[in-house]
Design a protein around this ligand. Structure first.
Ligand SMILES: [Zn+2]
Length: 342
């Protein structure tokens, strides 16, 4: 009797144990097979709440841009960090804050209303967008052009516009210059495709490598050879403002290069020049625009130079050194800038 009671008790605890094991296995299986909470079709709010809980919050533009700049110029900009309530990094001992897209030095960080936000392109295309894919954009431009032609001129407002300046502090600090004389002191002359080119010494190493790659290519590639032979001028450093906007041109820092043929043969290269004879310059087809060989464009891009031929306000002779644009556009650079200059 006692034995049978003991054995019944053992049986019961064995039964409970087995139940526990089954429950545990079922739980594990259910957990694996149940779709994540955000996939359940409950309600919009719940879906957003669940996905917020499961994924780390997306970085803010401040974090994204400051980190991209810091890693684009590791030899010139310190690591980005969250400091005094904003994302910041230091350049030669001066702290720069994101400051709502103005990237201002510490002493001006709260004076955002006096400056315009700087645009950092995060959608640089790997390839030239197809002509078809730009059709709607071009049509919209044509429509607004036609509308503006038919609209009676609007009377001038008497209220003065607030003066909002473009902040040049960041790029001036990055390239260590703030006047024409200081800019000149940073420049170096190099031989580039047979021309003497004046550019910022901070990109001369990259430019020499680009020169070598293009010259090597020209030995086996006839179209590259013909393109080089047709070059009329190559321009680099030039202290000036962008003709249409009054903004400081990247040529002023010595980090932009214009390559022009001796004869454009009627081709368009800079939208502003073409707008003088063709008010609908945006409808000039790619075939009607000067276009360096693709391998040349790709070589410049692999070092972090953007090509103006991909801008909607195109400038097909123009390359400028902006490695942050590639980082922000998630395009890997074959030749990234290194943290120490050799
Ligand atoms: Zn240019």
């Amino acid at each position: 009797m006692q034995n049978s009671q003991v054995s019944k008790g053992r049986e019961r605890s064995l039964f409970v144990l087995i139940l526990l094991v089954i429950a545990l296995i079922a739980g594990l299986v259910l957990e694996r097979t149940t779709p994540p909470a955000y996939a359940e079709n409950i309600s919009g709010d719940l879906i957003i709440l669940a996905s917020l809980q499961e994924q780390p919050p997306a970085p803010t533009p401040a974090e994204r841009i400051m980190k991209a700049l810091s890693s684009a110029y590791p030899d010139r900009i310190g690591p980005a960090e969250f400091r005094n309530g904003d994302w910041a990094f230091s350049i030669r001992g001066t702290w720069f804050y994101y400051a709502e897209g103005r990237i201002l030095p510490e002493r001006l960080r709260n004076r955002t209303e006096e400056y315009r936000a700087m645009g950092f392109n995060s959608n640089y295309p790997v390839d030239l967008p197809s002509w078809e894919s730009t059709a709607e954009q071009r049509a919209a431009r044509t429509r607004s052009y036609e509308e503006s032609r038919n609209r009676p001129p609007t009377p001038r407002t008497t209220e003065p516009r607030p003066v909002v300046r473009r902040p040049n502090y960041f790029f001036e600090a990055l390239w260590n210059l703030s006047s024409r004389d200081e800019a000149w002191a940073q420049q170096e002359q190099i031989d580039f495709l047979g021309f003497t080119l004046t550019i910022h010494s901070g990109i001369s190493q990259q430019m020499r490598q680009i020169n070598q790659i293009i010259l090597n290519e020209s030995r086996t590639n006839a179209s590259v050879r013909q393109w080089i032979n047709a070059i009329g001028t190559i321009g680099g450093w030039n202290w000036r403002n962008v003709a249409s906007s009054g903004n400081r041109s990247f040529h002023s820092y010595g980090i932009a290069i214009d390559i022009l043929p001796r004869d454009l043969n009627g081709q368009s290269t800079y939208w502003l020049w073409s707008s003088g004879y063709n008010p609908q310059w945006w409808n000039i087809p790619y075939s009607g625009r000067y276009h360096p060989p693709d391998v040349v464009v790709k070589t410049f891009e692999s070092f972090g130079f953007t090509w103006g031929g991909k801008w909607s306000n195109y400038d097909t002779m123009h390359f400028e050194y902006r490695p942050e644009v590639f980082i922000l556009s998630n395009i890997p650079l074959a030749h990234p800038r290194r943290s120490t200059v050799n």
